[in-house]
Every structure is written in C-alpha cells, then in structure tokens.
Design a protein around this ligand. Structure first.
Ligand code: HAM
Length: 423
C-alpha cells in the first residue's frame, strides 16, 4: 500500500513566476522605478485587502469587475473584504485618508503589485495578475494627460516595446454625459431586443457598458450607435482637442477610438488604451484615463485625476516577443576547488567576489576537475576560477575565460577587478 499523498497545485488562474523569468520581471520593474522617478513620481504601496464598498463605489456596482470578478469574502467579524481588482480606487482612498491634498500642488504616485479578478484564465489573462500603474491627482490640465502618455510611451520604449497602438477617446463629464446617455438609450430602444442578454440589461442600467460588449453578433449594431465625442460639451471638447494637438506636437502617434469607454465607471474625459499586436487575443497592454469625480465619489474633496495601469504579465510577454531585454541572470564566476585543503580559500574568494557584487557559484561537494568544468559550462559562467593545491602554494589562482579559453594567473585580491572589467 502506498501512502503517497496527492501534491497540491497552485490555484487556477494563479501561477508561480520562476527564474530566469523573474529576472526579466525585475528588469522591467527597475526601469519603471527609473522612468517614474525622472517624472518625479513617488511610490505608493496600498494594502491588497480593501473594504468591498471601495470598489462598489469607485469602480461601479454595474461593472463586470464588481458584479462577476471580485474575490470577496466575509471576515471573521462579518466585514465584507475584497482582494483588490485594481489600484486606482485604493490610491484615491489613500489620498483622502492621508489628506494628501493638503500638501499643495499635484500628487504624482505610482505602484506595482498583484491584482485579482476572477476571469476565465487564458494566455495573458490570469486571476492573480500584476500591474504597474501611475496616478496624478489634483490637475485638470490636458497637458498633464499628455505628460502621462509621454511617460508611458518612454517606459514602453525603454523596455524595448516598439509595436503598439495608442487608442484614445473622451467620455465627457457629468455635465454632458447625461444627454449622451439619453441619446444612447433612445437608440438602444430600437435595437436592444436583438442584442445579447447582458446588453439588454445594460441598456437600462448602464448603457455605456453596451459599447464594450465583445459579443460578435452585437458588433454591427454597436457600430451604428451614437458616438460620445459627438456629444461633448464645449469644455470637454476643448480639453480633448488640446490633448490631441499636444500629442501631435510631441510626435506621439494615436488613434481616436469612439467606442473606447473602458470597463470601469469612474472615467471622465480622456480615456486610453495601448494595444500590442504581439499579444494575441488579450491585446490590451495598458488601460487608463481621467477620473475627475472619483475623489468625491469616495467621500473626498473634488480632485481631478488621471492615470494608467500596465498589465505586467502582458508586458513581459511583449518584451519576450520583442526579445528586447537580455533574459536570465548571467553568472560571472564559477569557482572550482581541488582537494579539501583548498575549500576554505575558495569559500573566502567567493565571499569577497559576492561582496563586490560579482555573481558567483560554488559547489561544496568535492568532485573531479572535469566534472566541475562541465558544470561551469552548463551554468554558462563567464569565468571559471580554479584553485588546486599548487595555486594555494603560489598564492595565484587560475582564471579561465570560458568563451575564449584564455587562462590567467591572478592573486585572489585582483580577481574581482579583472572580472568586472571584462564583463
Ligand atoms: P484595466 O484596463 O482594467 O484598468 O487594467 C489595466 C491593464 O491590466 C489591462 O490593460 C491589462 O493589461 C491588465 N489586466 C487586466 N486584467 C487582467 C487579467 N485578468 N490578467 C492579466 N492582465 C490583466 C485598470 O485597472 C485601471 N485601474 C487603470 C487606470 C489607472 N485608470 C486610471 N488610472
């Protein structure tokens, strides 16, 4: 009788990120920290758990995210908690909670971390996924919209993404949207019955959501519905025109996409997405836009805001497709020791090299030199340092360039400098 137990696997839609992939994740994150710092953003880290009401109020009770996709549970004290499906509502909650509006000027914040949505998993779509996002609070200026997009494009280019499309739209504001929604509702009255069940319901509860319906048969109907950019009030139209002309002036290519209303209710005026052909079906790499009413919806002072979130899982897929960043964590040195008396010196050298930031590997089990060199090869070490009893006696170690085969004798203290110069 076997008493082997079934191994436990990761939860559906979640996954382990392993080396060498995690190295690429780190590189992308390092670049994000760099670019956002250059635009003078500061990092914010908000909790992954929030009160459910935050998303119901912020993202919108009628959205797919809130209705179908949230991981919500009752805590032991009966409070309803949710694993964050996105971070914009959390950032604005924190902005209000810590009265960041009292600090004067605009607040520019960015974040990285996991989000949770119970969607059907497929390539590029996970139930735990990661976002890199940025938010600006406290300015309505269309130049801020453009600066946000400029930063985003710079970041994408820095990580080697060249093939992408920036789609933009304006969804108006609380002043002009009601009239548009009336026009949309009226148009939907005539065609709703022929549409999918979700659209029939949304036609009454939240007609804007009809525009991002993905059902094939509904598409020709949606094409003919009234467009929100034809219903903007003069201020929203002026804002949108300024965004467009300034994007043009800065040489940032875009495409106006009237159906782009986004899947979250907080948006006002500018909305945008970046799609990438390298991604297949889940081609939305970035989503974002303005949310001038969100702070008030969450009980804060009137505060305009704009931001974006990059889907990091998809970004990594696109970076891999573009073969843009070198992958893996290259090993600089593999240390080979021959005979028990050399082990202490080998360990000392390893420690010194690592302290100087050189990546080093060593095996602590004794083995023949042929086997050790085989491992150095397999690990693709740039150099092998060989310490035998002869080297120990002379005080000079063999440093072998694994690519050229060239071998040098160096004192232990000189090895770090030499290796660093060659890398
Ligand atoms: P979102 O469009 O819902 O916007 O998500 C942004 C990006 O996150 C998407 O374009 C996609 O790349 C990625 N993403 C979303 N769901 C998944 C998933 N299940 N698996 C993998 N990746 C996914 C927001 O979240 C807003 N907070 C963006 C924003 C910031 N708006 C203003 N500021």
């Amino acid at each position: 009788m076997s008493n082997r137990v079934e191994p436990i696997r990761s939860v559906k839609g979640t996954r382990d990120l392993l080396p060498p992939d995690t190295n690429l994740w780190q590189r992308v994150e390092t670049e994000a920290h760099r670019v956002f710092a250059a635009y003078h953003y500061g990092e914010i880290r908000t909790p992954i758990l929030e009160e459910t009401a935050l998303f119901a109020r912020g993202v919108g009770a009628e959205t797919d995210i809130v209705m179908k996709e949230m991981y919500t549970f009752r805590d032991r004290d009966e409070e309803s908690l949710t694993l964050r499906p996105e971070a914009t509502a959390s950032v604005v909650r924190a902005y209000i909670e810590h009265s960041l509006y009292n600090q004067g000027g605009v607040q520019k914040l960015y974040y990285l971390g996991p989000m949770f949505r119970r969607e059907r998993p497929q390539k590029g779509r996970y139930r735990q996924f990661y976002q890199i996002g940025a938010e600006v609070l406290g300015s309505q200026n269309p130049l801020v919209d453009v600066e946000v997009l400029e930063m985003l494009v710079l970041f994408l280019e820095r990580v080697g993404i060249r093939e992408y499309q920036l789609l933009i739209n304006s969804v108006g504001c609380s002043n002009c949207r009601p009239a548009y929604l009336e026009a949309l509702r009226a148009a939907l009255q005539d065609v709703k019955a022929t549409m999918c069940a979700d659209c029939q319901r949304r036609g009454d509860t939240n007609p804007l959501r009809v525009l991002d319906c993905k059902v094939e048969a509904d598409q020709p109907i949606i094409e003919k519905l009234p467009k929100i950019i034809d219903h903007l009030d003069p201020e929203c139209l002026q804002h949108f025109d300024r965004v467009r002309s300034e994007l043009q002036a800065r040489g940032l290519a875009y495409q106006i996409t009237p159906r782009l209303v986004r899947g979250l209710d907080y948006y006002t005026r500018t909305t945008f997405e970046i799609t990438s052909g390298a991604l297949g079906a889940q081609n939305a790499l970035v989503g974002g836009g303005r949310y001038d009413g969100l702070s008030e919806m969450l009980g804060g002072p009137p505060t305009p805001g704009i931001g974006f979130s990059i889907g990091q899982d998809r970004l990594i897929l696109a970076v891999q497709a573009a073969a843009a960043l070198p992958q893996g964590n290259p090993l600089a040195v593999y240390v080979v020791w021959m005979g028990e008396p050399t082990l202490a010196s080998a360990a000392r050298l390893v420690r010194e090299l690592r302290a100087q930031g050189v990546s080093v590997e060593i095996d602590y089990d004794p083995m023949k030199i042929k086997k050790a060199m085989g491992i150095a090869n397999k690990l693709q070490a740039r150099f092998a340092v060989i310490i035998g009893e002869g080297e120990l006696a002379s005080g000079k170690y063999q440093v072998k360039d694994m690519a050229s085969g060239e071998q040098k004798e160096l004192e232990p203290g000189a090895i770090a400098e030499y290796v660093k110069q060659q890398l």
